[in-house]
Write a protein that binds this ligand. Sequence first.
Ligand code: 13P
Length: 248
Amino acid sequence: MRRKMAAGNWKMNGLRASLAELGLLASKHPAPVCEVLICPPATLLGWASEALLQSEIRLGGQDCHSEKSGAHTGDVSAAMLADAGASHVILGHSERRADHGESSDMVAAKARTAHMAGLTAVICVGETEAERDAGTTLSVIGAQLQGSLPATATGTNTIIAYEPVWAIGTGRTPTLSQIAEVHDFLRAELSGRHGAEAEAFRLLYGGSVKPSNAAEIFAVSNVDGALVGGASLKASDFGAIIDALDAA
Ligand code: 13P
């Protein structure tokens, strides 16, 4: 059985004062059934890990470099994230693919380095609105998935997040049957690659998940949880999403 996961991506939001939200979340959810992951900006990881010492909430980075260390001004390595208290790292988010020109090859190289540092990679895939309109959603996602998974990927060190680009931060979500179609497709692609182990990979949906739509999304086949942006910033909203996942 796959353990469900509620993951929050704070993106470029959060100052030290935001750690209060983490404290609230931890005190309201001392023993969630699902795994809870928060990915704050890298600057907050060390503080957050101290704040969450007594908590089961896990921490993740939002990106890492593909090299282990070296002359890469401004970048953060996988080992640095682990050293600061992270157990996970988001890789290949569409905002990084778009803003930083990250290719699937680069994402795979980063994921391999993350695995070697002992981190679980949360690898993101998703189509743009133009690609969906053109009917190429599944071929785009299939290519992203195959290109972004390194040879080191297993069902325990890798999680896949399906995030349609047009649903991120827009308040729009795919229909439940569109979500099911992509998640079933991802499971089938993983099974072609990994055989029976495909059943161990968790598949998260991301894109405008909020307390009001979480329960119906969590009821969709092959949805093992969510990667949440905006609604993860407030403990009350994210807590309601955790509750919906625990009840699913
Ligand atoms: P929103 O939940 O704000 O749409 O963001 C989704 C996302 O990009 C999470 O990684």
